[in-house]
Design a protein around this ligand. Structure first.
Ligand code: ATP
Length: 207
């Protein structure tokens, strides 16, 4: 179980207060809410990238004490962001980007999994579409075999058929590994189809 308990988090001031939720193995939990309500902030807390002001995150019963990239538990949680171009080094080919977390991984198998053809693997980010780059980011996230996958508006830049294809890849990965998924989206129709349950954050407090 990936659990957030009574999380208050933000930057200079809190943007989310006292939020609790649980993502169980095999389950997909959706997160909806208006712009600025703190969805990405909560995603970053659950991905162990942002330390909350208070509250705890635990992974399979173990409380997380270290946030940021070097945290030992980071490999249990994969993350995909809205804009793949911001999360891939522009100098890397897609092959290098996919291999980045674990150089010995079989890049071709991972590319097959996300339906990226071999000719695309030697291109750099500016030579592929957003959808193709997001497929590479998904392959890279799955390379570490995360027990939980956090998708922060993963499909916002993509067309309907690429969205459906990526969701199908994630579902197949879940069926094989029983991973839990936390999916943030503005698209209520997508969440209704994709998630087992959807949590809603309320509108931000006026400042
Ligand atoms: N790095 C940051 N430093 C300071 N404030 C930030 C930072 N990131 C986000 N915020 C602020 O925190 C609040 C919540 O932002 P967040 O991105 O978590 O909301 P969101 O619900 O994901 O919004 P959206 O749906 O528009 O992506 C906003 O007021 C935002 O301006």
């Amino acid at each position: 179980m990936l659990t957030a308990h009574d999380i208050t988090a933000g930057y200079q001031k809190p943007v989310i207060t006292g939020v609790s939720l649980t993502v169980r193995e095999g389950q997909t939990i959706g997160l909806a809410g208006p712009s600025g309500s703190g969805k990405s902030t909560l995603a970053r807390v659950l991905a162990l990238l942002h330390k909350p002001f208070s509250g705890t995150v635990s992974i399979d019963g173990e409380t997380v004490t270290r946030f940021r990239f070097k945290a030992a538990q980071r490999t249990s949680v994969g993350v995909l962001f809205q804009q793949p171009r911001l999360s891939v080094d522009p100098r890397f080919t897609l092959r290098q980007a996919i291999a980045e977390p674990l150089p010995h991984n079989d890049v071709e198998d991972l590319a097959d999994l996300v339906m990226l053809t071999a000719d695309l693997l030697d291109r750099r980010p500016h030579e592929v579409s957003d959808g193709q780059l997001q497929r590479a980011c998904l392959a890279r996230a799955l390379a570490l075999k995360p027990r939980y996958l956090i998708c922060d508006e993963m499909t916002t830049m993509l067309d309907a058929s690429t969205t459906a294809a990526l969701v199908a890849v994630i579902r197949a990965y879940q069926q094989e590994t029983n991973a839990g998924v936390f999916a943030i989206s503005h698209d209520n129709t997508l969440l209704a189809r994709w998630a087992d349950e959807t949590v809603r954050l309320s509108a931000p407090l006026p400042r």
